[in-house]
Design a protein around this ligand. Structure first.
Ligand code: FAD
Length: 563
């Protein structure tokens, strides 16, 4: 298979013909029924779609559609949750809906929850309630692009006005790509240059929302509980109460708490900050709220700007807090303008690398059984909290891919996508591309050590002891490499390596050499073919790598050294 070339300006805009602006119906009378379709943007503050729906309507129907496909328990998944989402995220979403419902009630309305495939349900609502105006936040994710095209087409064919503003990001990705001649900017600096300063003002929340009209024959429910969705006996897996309580009220409370500390906001500097800090994590922890739009990114941006005006000496992008929000917009823009952004094959900005498909190594990584305590502790935190620090994400993503296990980044991406509460299509894919040296960042010789990186921040291993209690009595000399502890020490620590805690799945020193060797060969091939790597080229490269090694399946060989 040959890779496609980058889209030209023409193909880009044909593909994304769904304009994020207003499609007015000149014959529409004011005072008619409006439907406010919530998906993300689960908030009252800075919500232009809601503000618009509330104006000039007799009735406003605020709707959220629960797609059983997304929410239904999957007993075969590796942790509680549905096939697509871990329970932490499902719970967070339901809490956010309860909070939204209570916010709407204060304004004289309420949230109408319906079940089914979202586009079918919304089209039924449009018909049944005689809707004349459909309002929803524009979304750049491929899933929503497909969904929205279907609903929008129906609406436009039936004379329904559609209002779909871009409010999930600071900038409109379409405009940035247009300014760049139809291609997304591929570096942060070029993105900043094109973007300039954002031009919007925060939308005022409506003081009241017109009442809901007749519900006709549609079955409308209250927000369900996780138990009502079919989840039982899950408590012991998760901290109680949950670390992240979903909803706009909690988002605004946390934002206030963060921005009250003006000095901290002004001097925020990433990648400084301790990934092992778990009692008071080093960053805002607002990502789950931004993901679901419980917090407006624009409002967050404005609050930081206000702090910066007061505290004159402040950090700047890319390391500042504003810089972090701009990274978010950067990945949204590249993700939107790059065909097959979430894949290696067919993705022209992604290096073609002969990753392995070793499900055994993948499962060891996912289930915190690699035998490297720093990596396993992070994976336990991820599963329990649904959130980990940015550098912790770096450590485990590097370990799974280019650092040690050489497993395909798409497989790690899938695990993150399912269990992160803040799981975000553009940001997650963008960062996996980055960490695996597939795109954006290419210094594959710079590897996060699964031993010394964590030790730098946490020499006594408090983080490991917290998330891996089996190692709580291991002396600090061995906490990052317990397999080196003499048997007497293991016995005293009540943790025999290979019995109570696994031996390392791989020899790190050998693995990094192997990974570098393969990446060097893959980079050379990508250079030689100008990035157009055919299936045949890839097969040849795999064969050559095995021959050079002369020992058959390399990941098995490395594994066998220690197990
Ligand atoms: P803060 O440092 O307080 O930053 C504030 C906000 O800026 C974040 O909430 C987020 O919206 C944005 N931001 C921060 N760092 C980045 C970044 N590198 N790229 C884009 N936006 C950023 N973030 C997600 O929101 N969802 C994901 O699915 C996700 N997957 C990731 C996968 C990998 C492999 C890596 C390395 C990073 C990923 N990130 C993801 C980015 C980043 O780690 C998180 O946004 C951040 O750790 C969230 O914590 P915070 O809210 O305290 O961040």
């Amino acid at each position: 298979m040959q890779l496609q070339l980058l889209p030209t300006s023409h193909t880009f805009f044909t593909r994304f013909s769904l304009s994020p602006f207003i499609h007015r119906n000149p014959n529409m009378t004011s005072g008619s029924n409006s439907l406010m379709w919530f998906r993300k943007g689960l908030r009252i503050h800075d919500n232009p779609a809601l503000e618009y729906a509330a104006k000039n309507s007799n009735h406003v129907y605020p709707v959220f559609v629960i797609d059983p496909h997304y929410m239904k328990p999957d007993p075969n998944s590796f942790s509680p949750g549905s096939n697509l989402a871990g329970l932490n995220r499902i719970r967070f979403l339901l809490e956010s809906l309860v909070d939204l419902d209570s916010g709407l009630k204060k304004l004289g309305s309420r949230l109408l929850v319906l079940y089914g495939e979202p586009s079918d349900v919304v089209i039924r609502c449009l018909k049944e309630w005689d809707i004349k105006r459909l309002c929803f936040e524009y979304d750049t994710e491929p899933y929503y692009q497909a969904l929205d095209t279907k609903v929008k087409n129906y609406a436009l064919e039936n004379g329904i006005e559609v209002f779909s503003p871009v409010t999930h990001t600071l900038f409109n990705p379409v405009e940035i790509i247009e300014k760049n001649g139809g291609k997304p900017p591929l570096s942060y600096q070029s993105f900043l240059k094109l973007a300039g300063e954002p031009h919007w003002s925060i939308s005022s929340p409506p003081s009241t929302i017109p009442p809901i009209g007749d519900l006709g024959n549609l079955e409308v429910s209250e927000v369900p509980t996780v138990e009502q969705l079919g989840y039982q006996d899950f408590q012991e897996e998760y901290p109680d109460p949950p670390l992240f309580k979903g909803g706009e009220s909690e988002a605004l409370r946390r934002l206030k708490e963060s921005t009250n500390n003006k000095e901290w906001v002004a001097t925020f500097e990433k990648p400084k900050g301790d990934p092992s800090a778990f009692i008071k994590p080093a960053t805002t922890m607002l990502s789950p709220y931004l993901k679901f739009g419980c917090l407006s990114t624009r409002y967050f941006y404005q609050c930081i700007k206000e702090v910066q005006q007061e505290v004159k000496n402040h950090t700047s992008p890319p390391v500042s807090l504003i810089g972090q929000l701009l990274w978010r917009d950067f990945f949204y823009t590249v993700g939107f303008g790059t065909p097959n952004f979430d894949r290696m094959r067919g993705n022209t900005i992604c290096k073609q690398i002969p990753w392995n498909d070793d499900d055994e190594l993948l499962a060891a990584w996912r289930d915190a059984r690699t035998g490297f305590p720093w990596i396993d502790a992070i994976m336990v935190q991820l599963r329990k909290w649904g959130w980990i620090h940015h550098l912790a994400r770096h450590s485990v993503a590097c370990f799974l891919t280019r650092g040690d296990l050489f497993v395909h980044w798409e497989k790690g991406r899938d695990v993150f996508e399912r269990i992160l509460i803040d799981s975000d299509w553009a940001i997650n894919n963008g960062n996996w591309l980055w960490l695996s040296c597939s795109s954006f960042f290419y210094q594959y010789n710079r590897i996060y050590s699964p031993i010394s990186f964590g030790k730098k921040y946490d020499p006594t291993g408090a983080y490991i002891r917290h998330f891996l209690p089996v190692l709580k009595d291991m002396p600090k000399e061995y906490i990052y490499e317990p397999w080196k502890a003499p048997l007497s020490v293991q016995t005293k620590a009540k943790c025999i390596i290979g019995k109570d805690y696994p031996k390392p799945v791989i020899c790190h020193d050998d693995a990094i050499k192997e990974c570098k060797r393969k990446l060097a060969a893959a980079y050379e091939l990508n250079k030689k073919t100008n990035g157009v790597v055919s299936d045949e080229d890839m097969k040849k490269l795999r064969r050559k790598l095995v021959e050079d090694q002369g020992q058959g399946n390399d990941s098995r060989r490395l594994k066998q050294k220690l197990i």
